[in-house]
Design a protein around this ligand. Sequence first.
Ligand code: SAM
Length: 295
Amino acid sequence: MSGIERTASRTAVLVCQARAAADGRLAVGRFADPVAARMLRPAERVPVDEVRAGAPAEAESWKDRAAYESVRACAEIMVPRTVAIDDALRAHPSPQLVVLGAGLDTRAWRLAELADTDVWEVDHPASQQDKQDRLADPGPLLATARSVRFTPVDFTADDLGSALRAAGHDASVPTTWLWEGVVPYLTRADVRTTVRAVVGSSAPGSTLVLNYQGPSLKASVGRLVARVLSSSVTAKEPWRSLWKPQQMAALLTGNGLRVVSDEDLLAISERLESGARGRASLRSGRVAVALTGHR
Ligand SMILES: C[S@@+](CC[C@H](N)C(=O)[O-])C[C@H]1O[C@@H](n2cnc3c(N)ncnc32)[C@H](O)[C@@H]1O
């Protein structure tokens, strides 16, 4: 197995910190992720606690201040993204859920609606090992899903369909696929290959819930500045592909999927009235839902 990312994903930690920071504070009643904090190491909880307290600690280094700002800004994005995806999963249940690039996703330990669903968490092997260590410490965390299977896959090198088959996924049974926060880190060619693999392992009645990033000069510049300031979190995980909605729709429909919704995070955030400030990042993030069996 080869791949560009050889250590556990740091962006997976950042989005988990952001969900932990937002839990019980933003869009209360619509957004909740009480499991996120449990996934974090003590040092990773420091900026989370500061964001929850509403201010960074006094006399912080610029690096700590940058960590605080990253978690605060990312929390604004994670709220509409999580709510839209949770709603889509509830609206399109299947006996099988495959979470592509799962990172520190908590849904298999958080959503009661998955009690009759088998979950496959697919991720880069290093990220997956890191998650399993976190789940075991301080004691095993009980899943709300019927089962959770960890399936190591590098989207740039491995055959997703055969890896899932070997892990017990049944391509003749409908599957809900979740692909959140991963597309920007893959090249266009790897995104195309993965969509083909998803369709190839999907029985009729399957659903793809997809989060991707549209082009935005302001969001890209913001990300560049964040990279320069906090070097560690995003520097090793650069964006490789941004998709206009019509480009993504062409890719999905070209593979026999029917797009039933595709909305930007700003619109979702405004409906939630979560008081977000970073409009450019929200406007370029999107959640789409597409159904299989429409070729
Ligand atoms: C920003 S994190 C998102 C994690 C999770 N989906 C979420 O939204 O909380 C990106 C995830 O994509 C995974 N990833 C990136 N490139 C990958 C690759 N080539 N193969 C498998 N997973 C990859 C990383 O390991 C990481 O878990």
